[in-house]
Design a protein around this ligand. Structure first.
Ligand code: GMT
Length: 394
């Protein structure tokens, strides 16, 4: 598939001839999930803007794997010694960062998702500080959601999460809601958590031209099928909404709730009206083909997939979880309801499946909002400014 938003790689490394280039190391999870997507897109955009970018992860994140930009990928999994039940990849990542810093010098380490990446970043920075031959990198931590709301506030990780938030040179959160929840979860942390919203590549994610070709009204959902995404709840809502309509639900992704999702389809007797596509990279095509993007999460710090749907000109029906309302405005780009309002969620779906013209209008407004508020260069410039401020290059 073609992602026209990112320039094809022609072998050039723009950072080599750019005197103002920053040397940036980005750490992220390699799974299908918002933080890995965002970190990969950030790495690619920074490289396109002339910086030297290294990405460190346990595997190649899917969003980077399909791109051609000049980001140096470092896969660090650790030596599989029999004593380890699973090799400590976070320590292998730390070592790899040090290797890169010692050979090329890093200005910034940017950890996405606090656990374990801010810890790896903290350790790498501490080790670099013992070397007097070059300045140690600054540590930026970006909080994405469950690294605060579920994982980070669990007693098994909370003290360490709090420690790395305190120790980072800068901390950002992807929504105002998440910044506020961070303060609630760790009330004694006296530090600023800046909000830098997520962004989207509005060239790669764009409406279909010519417009939708399918015949049946279609709802699409994309996620990693974790319990917070409530895919079975979404299927039940669709079943009620589309009882007597010839509509279909397309589910993209995979994860722990897949068996429960399949069971919900059987229980609701939806048969072939629900299509399971599994993990796909052709998201722009799949999102722009649908009339409605549905997101029924109980927790959602931002909702990057909803933003990608908006950029594709697709109306959103979502629960008002976490920071979702900072992305989608009710009755403007989509329709929202509270997390426990399943009946209302279903009637929002029905309203748009029956009135595809209205869905189209909301979709157009969504496209406009994505371009105006969440375009990638506009947002990445804010990260760039933060890095420059930290390294004293303003
Ligand atoms: O799965 C991930 O990679 C992270 C995941 C999470 O659970 O933290 O997604 C979060 O980060 C995305 C990118 O910033 C946000 O768009 C998602 O809303 C957020 N997910 C949740 O808060 C559940």
């Amino acid at each position: 598939m073609k992602f026209p938003g990112l320039a094809p790689y022609d072998g050039a490394r723009p950072c080599e001839s750019n005197a103002g280039a920053l040397r940036i190391g980005i750490l992220c999870h390699p799974t299908y999930g918002g933080s890995g997507v965002l970190a990969s897109e950030l790495a690619l955009t920074l490289a396109e803007r002339g910086h030297c970018v290294h990405l460190f992860s346990q595997n190649v994140p899917p969003r980077l794997a399909r791109a051609s930009g000049p980001v140096e990928m470092h896969v660090a999994q650790g030596f599989p010694y029999p004593l380890f039940q699973s090799p400590p990849h976070d320590l292998a990542i730390t070592s790899e960062i040090l290797t890169v810093h010692r050979s090329s010098g890093l200005d910034v380490i940017h950890a996405h998702y606090a656990i374990p990446h801010a810890v790896s970043g903290y350790l790498a920075r501490a080790a670099a500080q013992t070397d007097t031959s070059r300045p140690a990198p600054k540590l930026v931590t970006t909080l994405h959601g469950t690294d605060i709301t579920l994982v980070g506030s669990d007693p098994s990780y909370a003290p360490l999460t709090e420690f790395v938030i305190r120790q980072s040179d800068a901390v950002t959160a992807v929504s105002r809601d998440l910044a506020a929840r961070t303060q609630q979860a760790f009330p004694t942390i006296e530090r600023t958590v800046s909000v830098i919203h997520n962004f989207v590549d509005t060239v790669a994610f764009r409406p279909n031209t010519p417009p939708r070709t399918h015949t049946k009204p279609t709802v699409v959902h994309v996620s990693n099928f974790r319990p917070v995404k409530r895919v079975p709840w979404l299927i039940e809502s669709f079943a009620r909404a589309a009882r007597d309509l010839d509509a279909r639900l397309v589910l993209v992704g995979d994860g722990p709730d897949m068996p429960a999702a399949r069971a919900a389809v059987r229980r609701c007797e939806l048969g072939e009206r629900v299509v399971f596509l599994g993990e796909r990279d052709a998201l722009p095509e799949l999102l722009s083909e649908a009339d409605v993007f549905a997101l029924a999460s109980s927790e959602e710090s931002f909702g990057l997939s909803a933003l990608e749907a908006m950029a594709c000109g697709t109306a959103v029906v979502a629960t008002r979880a976490g920071g979702v309302a900072e992305v989608v405005q009710h009755e403007r780009e989509g329709l929202l309801c509270e997390v426990d309002e399943q009946e209302l969620f279903g009637s929002h779906l029905r309203r748009l499946l029956e009135n595809r013209g209205e869905a189209q209008q909301l979709g157009l407004a969504g496209r406009e909002r994505a371009v105006q508020q969440f375009e990638r260069h506009q947002v990445v410039a804010r990260y760039e400014a933060l890095y420059k401020q930290l390294v004293g290059r303003v």
